[in-house]
Design a protein around this ligand. Structure first.
Ligand code: FAD
Length: 418
């Protein structure tokens, strides 16, 4: 993406044009949470997604573990849209809320730790269908197969994006943009300061095998029919694995190469598994990821950073640490606001969180849904208060709305900020 000015000659005949109150770019869990939050508050919301399926990494990336909403000590940390998405992900099966997650468990065995958190595996396909229903019911105007290509900025304020789809090049304008691209592409194109990350490659894909089918049949457990195979880096380790090369997901050619390497690694598994003369039935791959499986690519340098500071005045939510029990992070509102630009918020895995454990916590599916909801609330409050300087919204007002399970349906006021 690049920065664009609202050049009248160049934009004389756009293939499509749409003006909305709020434009969300990126239909992963963060973007959907932001869009749904704003639409439920009565705003006219457009959601742009470059693929044709909702959910981002959680569906297209074949990530199938909804990491914990609890602190691992029996306390629920996240609710709101994160919990709604959790329920939606497991509603049609497979997956459940583990019945004993509230039990305080001092035991150190790995198996016990696993069952004692408010987390679950789910089917990415089920989750995509559920997210589509949630978007429909909220009345979000979704544009699939549409990629934002430029950010339109005037007077240090975002005005919209140029976008490309089957119709050609068009313009989508809005008072406020939520950048939920995962890599902060919209904010970056507008010239905002960024912090780059890197990821170890982790090919996750679905496999069919007779062993899985037999196990599923004998245990009467259809969720075992397809097996999720996880190769490469294990991010639950607290130590980096230097034997697996790291990839930077912010260079077009490197992203392309990482996708090819993912498939080479998967192919290798099958080439290695059999001798040529072996005639026994083979396992085979069922579904491959269709988004780059890179975890921490790029994030904004925000007005504030989630860095472990305690008792923050600017806190808008607590975020659980999925690797360690009893640890929660405090998310400041400024972590969603890029420096020196009005009219824009970011949400999801590209919010400002300190490299390492903080970013690891912030990028989980429930945390991404939560920052999406925060962005939606802050955008709604900004429009109500007739300002595009999101940094002027009191964090306490946002936190209060995050705590209230009831979202006011008619909290829109007829004010037009400029
Ligand atoms: C290998 C791997 C394993 C993981 N394991 C887990 C796990 O077990 N549990 C867990 O909770 N989390 C896990 N995660 C992390 C988690 O899946 C993601 O961090 C989270 O889903 C990110 O959500 P998001 O909405 O911020 O971003 P994304 O899911 O990246 O969504 C961004 C969306 O924006 C769209 N987009 C991007 N650019 C544009 C553009 N210019 N125009 C239009 N659309 C655009 C993309 O197509 C995408 O749909 C894992 C991640 C990886 C890579």
């Amino acid at each position: 993406m690049s920065a664009g000015k609202n050049n009248r000659t160049e934009n004389a005949n756009p293939a499509f044009e749409r003006v909305a109150d709020i434009l969300v770019v990126g239909g992963g869990v963060a973007g959907i949470a932001a869009a749904v939050q704003c639409a439920r508050s009565g705003w006219d919301v457009v959601l742009l997604e470059k693929t044709i399926l909702p959910g981002g990494l959680a569906t297209l990336g074949l990530v199938n573990v909804f990491l914990p909403l609890c602190d691992g000590e029996g306390n629920q940390v996240l609710g709101g849209i994160a919990e709604e998405f959790f329920n939606a992900a497991v509603n049609l099966g497979p997956g459940v809320i583990p019945p004993n997650w509230r039990k305080k468990n001092k035991e150190n065995s790995k198996a016990k730790r696993k069952i004692c958190r408010f987390a679950s595996e789910f089917s990415p396909a089920t989750f995509a269908l559920a997210l589509e229903s949630i978007l429909d019911q909220a009345g979000v105007d979704v544009w699939y197969d549409t990629v934002a290509t430029e950010t339109i900025v005037e007077n240090n304020t975002t005005r919209g994006v140029k976008a490309f789809n089957k119709s050609g090049n068009g313009i989508l304008s809005a008072k406020i943009i939520v950048d939920a691209t995962g890599d902060a592409d919209v904010a970056r194109a507008a010239g905002c300061a960024m912090v780059d990350g890197q990821s170890e490659l982790s090919p996750w894909f679905l496999e069919a095998s007779l062993d899985s089918a037999r196990k599923a049949a004998s245990l009467n457990a259809p969720e075992l029919l397809a097996k999720m195979v996880r190769l490469g880096a294990d991010s639950s380790s607290t130590e980096p694995n230097f034997s697996i090369p790291a990839w930077r997901g912010i260079d077009g050619k490197i992203v392309s190469e990482s996708a090819r390497e993912t498939r080479r690694l998967i192919m290798q598994r099958y080439l290695n598994s059999k001798q040529p003369q072996d005639t026994s039935p083979r396992n085979f791959p069922l579904a491959l990821p269709t988004l780059p499986q890179l975890r921490t690519t790029r994030r904004i340098k925000g007005l504030a950073t989630m860095d472990g500071t305690k008792n923050r005045q600017d806190r808008v939510a607590f975020i659980p640490d999925w690797k360690r029990r009893g640890i929660v992070w405090e998310m400041p509102l400024g972590a969603l606001i890029p420096e020196r630009l009005d009219g824009i918020l970011v949400a999801g895995r590209c919010v400002s969180a300190k490299n390492g454990d903080a970013w690891e916590a912030a990028r989980s599916i429930p945390a991404a849904a939560t920052t999406g909801q925060i962005a939606g609330i802050a955008a709604s409050l900004a429009l109500q208060n007739n300002t595009l300087s999101i940094g002027k919204i009191p964090p306490q007002s946002v936190e209060k709305l995050m705590r209230s399970p009831q979202i006011a349906k008619n909290d829109k006021k007829n004010k037009t900020p400029h």
